[in-house]
Design a binder for this molecule. Structure first.
Ligand SMILES: [Zn+2]
Length: 385
């Protein structure tokens, strides 16, 4: 195999390996399923398998010269197509990279390298709204030539739904290729949103569904591969809802997410809070720069308040999520005997929903803090919206 840390969907993978061994692979596949389930990693593994010089029963050998090139995503037989921004106007026959600025090309190179290391890394250039028709035209120029090396030319199209952006010119151009598939060429279209593809494209591909990973799989992965403690791994698995790419991204931030949310909580609950304005500024900035981490911070904060609410109302520790931090929870309860923890939970929920509707983050976050402060005294703030 190419990746040591891809969680294999065994049924789907064995189906592909069997088809390869029996020389009945389809010319075009559509890998679909929720984000972070590992579809792209499986597509790269398949591209490696069909070019491997010593394939095993389980997939590519991972060590032959061909596999080494795939591991760097630099195999001449493998073409990776991704959405690109259109910064410059380009002519019909121009290569797609001509639409980019030099800084975009550097960024893209770095992101390909990241993908080579991490099957769950999501390639995404800023402003990349569509797969450019020039990317498909470039495929058409090369697809009918014999592959440069023995094996199969594998054309992997990530975020394939973006073929259909706008009038769908890229999709129609690709359709012509799929209708007359070149010899020794295999297409793998990968998407989280198969319904956004043209029916005519979907019907020319053999669909393979990659289901969401379970929370247990993700938690086990985070412990094994990223060295997270059990509690942190479980909580991140829960808040990312089966998206291993997101869970990995959060786990790789400096410091643990649980410690960071606890620091935020202490700040919000302090007797003499002096750093609110700074907190608001930091959070608003995080929302722009690292929106996934911001959303997670808010979700975790909400879970803390929910735990406090449950403990206050039931006195029982059975339903507490942060059960390993029960001493802290009791400390907060004792410090704020009159608090309405249901209202603090609602205040965080409201900020999440406001920001989804693009309300000014500084305003929404300031309101959240004021609401929480009121709720600590058992009051609900009268709101004007
Ligand atoms: Zn190999």
């Amino acid at each position: 195999m190419i990746y040591s840390d891809l969680i294999l969907h065994s049924d789907q993978w064995q189906q592909l390996v069997a088809a390869f061994n029996q020389e009945r692979l389809a010319h075009a596949y559509l890998f679909y399923g929720p984000a972070g389930s590992g579809k792209e990693g499986h597509a790269i593994e398949l591209a490696a398998l069909v070019n491997c010089q010593q394939p095993t029963n389980n997939g590519a050998c991972g060590s032959c010269p061909s596999c080494i090139k795939v591991k760097n995503l630099q195999h001449p037989n493998i073409q990776l197509v991704v959405p690109l921004p259109r910064r410059n106007a380009i002519e019909k026959d121009d290569p797609p990279l001509k639409a980019l600025r030099p800084a975009d090309v550097d960024d893209l190179t770095d992101q390909f390298a990241a993908k080579a290391r991490d099957p769950y890394f999501q390639i995404g250039l800023q402003g990349a709204q569509s797969i450019l028709i020039n990317s498909v035209r470039e495929l058409r120029r090369t697809a009918y030539l014999k592959p440069g090396e023995a094996g199969w030319r594998a054309i992997l199209i990530f975020q394939a739904e973006k073929l259909c952006t706008g009038v769908g010119a890229a999709a129609n151009a690709l359709l012509k290729l799929l209708e007359e598939p070149p010899d020794w060429t295999m297409f793998v279209l990968v998407t989280d949103r198969p319904h956004m593809l043209l029916d005519t494209i979907r019907s020319r591909c053999l669909g393979l569904h990659f289901p969401q990973l379970t929370s247990d799989q993700i938690a086990a992965f985070l412990q094994t591969h990223q060295g997270l403690a059990d509690e942190e791994a479980r909580v991140l698995a829960q808040v990312t809802g089966g998206n291993l790419g997101q869970a990995r991204e959060l786990a790789s931030e400096d410091g643990t997410q649980l410690e960071k949310v606890q620091a935020l909580l202490q700040d919000l609950l302090a007797d003499q809070p002096t750093g609110w304005q700074q907190t608001v500024n930091d959070l608003a900035l995080m929302r722009y720069r690292r929106s996934l981490e911001f959303t997670t911070r808010m979700q975790l904060l909400q879970l803390w308040f929910r735990d406090l609410m449950v403990l206050q109302k039931t006195g029982s520790e059975d339903q507490v999520i942060f059960s390993q931090r029960i001493t802290d929870l009791h400390r907060y309860l004792d410090a704020h005997p009159a608090a309405d923890w249901g209202a603090t939970t609602a205040a965080v929920e409201q900020v999440i929903s406001h920001l989804e509707r693009n309300i000014n983050p500084t305003l929404a976050l300031t309101n959240m803090i004021l609401d929480i402060r009121e709720a600590l005294n058992g009051q609900r703030r009268a709101r004007t919206e």
